[in-house]
Design a protein around this ligand. Structure first.
Ligand code: NAD
Ligand code: IPM
Ligand code: MN
Length: 342
């Protein structure tokens, strides 16, 4: 029996609902495959912020540093500004633990469309930066300045990660750019990606402007395999591609520190969905697929594959679907059906 300690941060809204579903599946699959997971749950959330003035304790990162992985539901609730909640919890974990790869696979579980791609999102720099500020407040000249930060080391390592992945998959890589309009950072991104491709050998790369890439992803997603993108472009592309493949409630993600010096963090792509929170109808599939990614990362590919096979079987052989996919099942109904299919 292999044991792992998981730090669970359910967060806000449907984050808590999909976390519960993912844990039920993890426990069931763990029993079948001899994987013993113990959970330490942390109440870090907007509710904590409103009660105590901070999303997590000042030493929050130290409290989860020694766990084998972090599983997070979603963060954000009405009443707390989104930049306050996210920069108070999710983003500090990604950055503090150097989780510079955000891996976001997109596949069609019912096999009805030929979509099978992975967005490799740069996760700790780029357009998400604290550099900038508000000027001339209260005057007609008021403005906000937001700097993007791209480092040679940061672009190199994400390009290398995406190239390695592309080599193991189809051998083709798409790089999302906007070097026609963004004149400093994006030409720099393009230059470094091209250098890494030349260095790597064996992978063909095409560069696509983000606007055109969005259109192509909607019109003909099957032509894409691995897509490497900056932090913001990767964020947008992952929701877009997930929607094309069926819906954002289905999409998983892994925030990875490939050096394994820190724990990696696993979370569905979607947010806390305040519009449906508390109704018990959130789609748990994104979180359950995320749990499969976590098991794979922890060294349990069979247990992970078991979850994926169960998801595929439920989507091909049953019509149990949550309302976002046009069904009437609750989160619990769908989770139970998935567990039965393991
Ligand atoms: P969202 O992903 O929460 O919701 C967008 C839409 O998709 C909503 O209509 C919602 O009901 C639906 N949806 C999302 N996940 C679903 C699921 N599993 N099942 C069924 N329907 C689902 O995005 P948003 O509205 O932009 O953000 C809401 C809050 O979540 C904000 O506070 C935002 O900052 C936060 N957020 C957090 C994360 C995260 O913690 N990783 C990610 C995205 C957004
Ligand atoms: C995501 C989310 C976050 C991001 C937000 C909530 C800060 O949209 O994980 O995709 O932009 O990274
Ligand atoms: Mn997003």
């Amino acid at each position: 029996m292999k044991s792992h300690r998981i730090a669970v941060i359910p967060g806000d809204g449907i984050g808590t609902e999909v976390c519960r579903a993912a844990r039920a599946v993890l426990d069931a699959v763990g029993r079948r495959h001899g994987v013993d997971l113990t959970y330490d749950e942390f109440d870090w959330s907007c509710a904590r912020y409103l009660a105590e003035g901070a999303m997590m304790p000042a030493n929050g990162l130290d409290l989860v540093r020694d766990h084998d992985a972090i599983f997070l539901g979603a963060v954000g609730a009405p009443g707390v500004a989104d930049h306050v909640s996210l920069w108070g919890l999710l983003i500090p974990i990604r950055r503090g633990f150097a989780q510079y790869v955000n891996l976001r696979p997109i596949r069609v579980l019912d096999g009805r469309q030929a979509i099978d791609l992975v967005v490799v999102r740069e996760n700790v720099e780029g357009e998400y930066s604290e550099i900038g500020g508000r000027l001339y407040q209260g005057t007609p000249a008021e403005m906000a300045v937001q700097e993007a930060v791209f480092t040679r080391a940061g672009v190199t390592r994400i390009a290398d990660y995406a190239l390695d992945l592309a080599e193991r998959r189809s051998g083709s890589l798409t790089s999302a750019t906007k070097s026609n309009g963004i004149i400093h950072t994006m030409p720099f991104w393009d230059e470094i990606v091209a250098e890494r491709v030349a260095e790597h050998g064996g992978v063909t790369m095409r560069s696509e402007h983000i606007d055109a890439l969005c259109a192509k992803l909607v019109l003909d997603p099957a032509q894409f395999d691995v897509i490497v993108a900056s932090n913001l472009f990767g964020d947008i592309l992952s929701d877009l591609a997930a929607a094309v493949a069926g819906g954002i409630g289905l999409a998983p993600s892994a925030n990875i520190d490939p050096t394994r010096a820190h724990p990696s963090m696993f979370e569905p792509v979607h947010g806390s969905a305040p519009d449906i929170a508390g109704q018990g109808i959130a789609n748990p599939v994104g979180a359950i697929w995320t749990a499969a990614m976590m098991l794979d990362h922890l060294g349990h590919p069979e247990a992970s594959a078991n979850i994926m096979a169960a998801l595929e079987s439920v989507f091909t052989t049953t019509s149990v679907r949550t309302p976002d996919l046009g069904g009437t099942a609750t989160t619990e109904d769908l989770t139970r059906t998935i567990i039965e299919a393991l």
